[in-house]
Design a protein around this ligand. Sequence first.
Ligand code: CP3
Length: 345
Amino acid sequence: MKKNKSIMRALAGEKLPTPPIWMMRQAGRYLPEYRATRTEAGDFLSLCYNSDLATEVTLQPIRRYGFDASILFADILLLPQALGADLWFVAGEGPKLSTVTDARDLAQLKGKDDIHNQLAPIYQTVKNLSQALPQETTLIGFAGAPWTVATYMIAGKGTPDQAPAHLLKSTDRPVFEALINLLTETTIEYLSQQVQAGAEVIKLFDSWAGSLKGDDFTDFALEPTKRIISALKAKHPTTPIIAFPREARENYIGFAQKTGADCVAIDNSISPAWVAKHLQKDGCVQGNLASHHMVSGGQALIDDTKAIVKSLSGGPHIFNLGHGITPDADPKNVQLMIDTVRNSA
Ligand code: CP3
């Protein structure tokens, strides 16, 4: 049954006449029904930990648009919270966390066996979804990659250039490396529980991979991803994994092969023609329409959508955005994108 789902077929390397489609942040503030459920929950984090409401918002874009995949509604920062970091969201500013900058902060974090109580509602959401989703819809679980999660834990917030994390990497290498290792080990446990609860595919978000250069990219983006993938494959050999080393540019070349990922998700800094030439020979690729089209729509959306479908039609492809949809997007433009993809083959 699973194998007949279009997303699973693309991830297995099959070239399909029409690429399957889903969208990063497809459950989000651009949808009025999401905003209503979020108000009912109280705030974003309460929504993440309320399995019934998190199930509801995950299903909303599936009902409205019939996407081929559904992504668990949660956040990459729930793992640091389960490790013991304080986490809160400030309207208009994004996430805030208590910081980890020295050996004492690090020693206060929990270990891999102590995270599951806090994360139990997330596993329950996955269980609910695996029952509630239409049978043709693939359920994707996810986590942040260690480097990206570490950048938030070290700085205590999102940063434009990840400077605090780069600084710790050079001033206290042992603490920095221990944090990356802790995140690698706990991410394996967290994702493994998601698979056991019913996630059929896993995606690893390394949103800030692009700021790692040279050996740093190898050591802190590629290696942790490889460790996570090989541990998950040992436990769950049939679960495909999508890696998203955002803005890795030339480091995208060979990333799937070196890490064991079944698919790489691509951002907007590389062209589909380049992706077809350099990445698709290694397997499935996912992406990469610019999110701004979901705000502006029109002929430009249609033209870019068709160009991406065409450029990547020679191999396995899952259509997606290059990054998450933004709150100011118009829900009608999402339908226009879907219609264009499904009619352009
Ligand atoms: O894609 C999905 O719909 C699944 C759920 C999901 C969310 N966040 C929900 C969310 C996923 C996969 C994420 C991943 C995530 N979270 C990343 C990696 C992907 C990326 O965007 O680069 C990162 C860096 C985070 C951390 C995070 N969470 C930030 C920086 C913010 C604030 C930014 C913003 O848009 O306000 C969040 C909050 C967040 N996570 C929202 C959603 C729907 C908005 C919350 C709200 O106010 O309702």
